[in-house]
Design a binder for this molecule. Structure first.
Ligand SMILES: [Zn+2]
Length: 505
């Protein structure tokens, strides 16, 4: 009896251990499969091809600690996750972020998608330029405009009042606050259309002010200084040819615009030898008629002949849901393609099978890069085509949030693009309009909201490399820029490690 009980218990134990072993095996197999699947994804992510040096790995560890700490706050309470808050409410807290501090110091290479007249901080205009003598304000066709003038009676479009008097009437603080509100998009808009309406008005407000030659020259220096302070060494600026003026009524030719612009850049470079340079991308409103487009194309082709190293190419600007499509303009663009590189904004849209189809034309017209390309993940064939032809997208997440394409950057299509290792560069689009400066805010949003928790320095390094690789610089300039960037990068790594040592003491 006793023996048979022992035999039964032994048998049960054997069966249990076999079942347990099978279960463990199964679970081990499952874990292995899971690891393999995730490792495959991990190795396909943007930057995964880079092998970090031992110094870089040490810096990476520091960065990932900072990133994990900030993400943990968001995991507990998503309202603490700064990139997902409206930028105007998050900005001051982002300024305090350690990850942001790290990114500000990091040599970011180039800033390739910025609109010239929204490139410097709005403070420069409100607290500096608007205090200059000779500045007048007045409403023209329902929009408040600013213009420097010697004799305001000579411009009879409106009754101009000197900004000095406006300040006396309203009080400086109140007027400055009002002006800031005119020049920024820092409120919630009910629709994408209302946001764009105000956005366009801002450029009308400031255009004449920036066309005043001394201000224009100083403005260019300021734009470059802000990028330089943000550790950006090169930029491509999208603009229109401005007829610059002096107070005595002198106006300058279109060629002068380029000469004055280039001279301001050269002056900056001579006092900032680490800064590599600037290129200009000519932009035309996407609603113009065919004759106006042809004139614009002819004009910029002629200017490119005169300023071949400065003029990078051509783009369309404006609300993509309005105006014409790239397909409408295709016959003229196919002709111009022989002489010009294209840098089209395309697919800056939430629609599907509508405005987003501009992406097909931007790709087929051989755009050198594509601005935004927000809709591309809905078009797997176009995405494959872009990857095959190595056509990068310029990702500007804060712009997309402010202009109501994407409220929460965790759901931004660029997260998928990076997971597929699609080539991207980061742009700041119109930083002054959201009261930002430099490029780091956009880098911060991309890094925190669109990359996995375990992705660190390799992503940032790849983004910096991409910004040089996909720039409009020629091969020799790119090699030189890469060398200079590498030097800055090495110094940056040493600085971070030194700083960490000091903290550990
Ligand atoms: Zn843009």
């Amino acid at each position: 009896m006793y023996k048979s009980v022992i035999a039964i218990v032994t048998l049960i134990l054997i069966i249990l251990s076999v079942v347990l072993a099978m279960l463990l095996n199964k679970s081990e197999d499952y874990c292995k499969k899971r690891d393999r699947l995730l490792a495959e994804e991990d190795s396909a992510f943007l930057g995964a091809n880079l092998t970090l040096t031992s110094t870089e790995l040490k810096v990476d560890k520091i960065l990932l600690e900072l990133k994990t700490t900030e993400l943990s706050l968001g995991y507990k309470n998503s309202s603490e996750f700064l990139p997902a808050l409206p930028f105007h409410r998050a900005k001051e807290r982002i300024d305090e972020s350690k990850v942001f501090g790290f990114i500000r110091k990091l040599p970011k290479g180039g800033s390739l998608h910025t609109h010239l007249l929204a490139a410097a901080s709005v403070d420069f205009l409100v607290k500096n330029i608007s205090y200059r003598d000779g500045l007048y304000g007045g409403e023209v066709n329902g929009v408040f405009k600013l213009k420097f003038m010697h004799d305001p009676l000579k411009d009879n479009r409106t009754k101009w009042t000197s900004v000095k008097d406006l300040r006396l009437q309203q009080g400086s603080q109140r007027f400055d606050q009002w002006l800031l509100e005119q020049l920024t998009l820092t409120q919630d808009f009910p629709s994408i259309e209302t946001a764009w309406t105000k956005f366009k008005r801002i450029f009308t407000t400031t255009y004449d002010l920036y066309s005043y030659k001394p201000v224009f020259q100083e403005y260019i220096q300021r734009v470059l200084q802000e990028l330089y302070d943000d550790n950006v060494m090169y930029t491509e600026l999208k603009g229109t040819i401005m007829i610059l003026y002096d107070l005595d009524g002198t106006t300058y030719s279109k060629q002068d615009f380029f000469r004055i612009f280039q001279a301001a850049v050269e002056e900056f470079k001579s006092s900032h030898p680490k800064f590599v340079g600037v290129r200009y991308i000519h932009s035309i409103y996407r609603g113009v008629d065919f004759d106006t487009l042809q004139q614009g194309l002819d004009e910029i082709i002629a200017m490119k002949k005169l300023f071949p190293d400065f003029v990078a190419g051509f783009d369309f600007v404006g609300f993509e849901e309005e105006g014409k499509t790239l397909l409408d303009y295709a016959p003229q663009l196919l002709q111009a393609q022989k002489y010009l590189r294209f840098f089209f904004h395309a697919g800056e849209s939430s629609w599907f099978g509508h405005t987003d189809l501009n992406l097909a034309d931007a790709l087929l017209l051989n755009s050198f890069r594509i601005g935004h390309g927000f809709a591309i993940t809905k078009h797997p064939k176009l995405l494959d085509f872009g990857k095959e032809h190595d056509i990068p997208l310029e990702i500007c997440p804060i712009s997309n949030q402010v202009l109501k394409l994407n409220e929460d950057p965790r759901n931004h299509p660029a997260a998928t693009l990076m997971a597929l290792n699609y080539p991207i560069v980061i742009g700041n689009d119109d930083p002054s309009i959201w009261n930002a400066t430099g490029l780091s805010y956009d880098w911060y949003v991309v890094f925190m909201a669109m990359t996995p928790k375990n992705k660190g320095l390799e992503v940032l390094k790849q983004l910096a490399i991409n910004s040089i690789r996909y720039s409009a610089m020629d091969k020799e300039e790119k090699n030189d820029a890469m060398k200079r960037w590498q030097q800055q990068w090495n110094n940056f790594l040493i600085d971070i490690l030194l700083q960490d040592d000091k903290r550990g003491l």
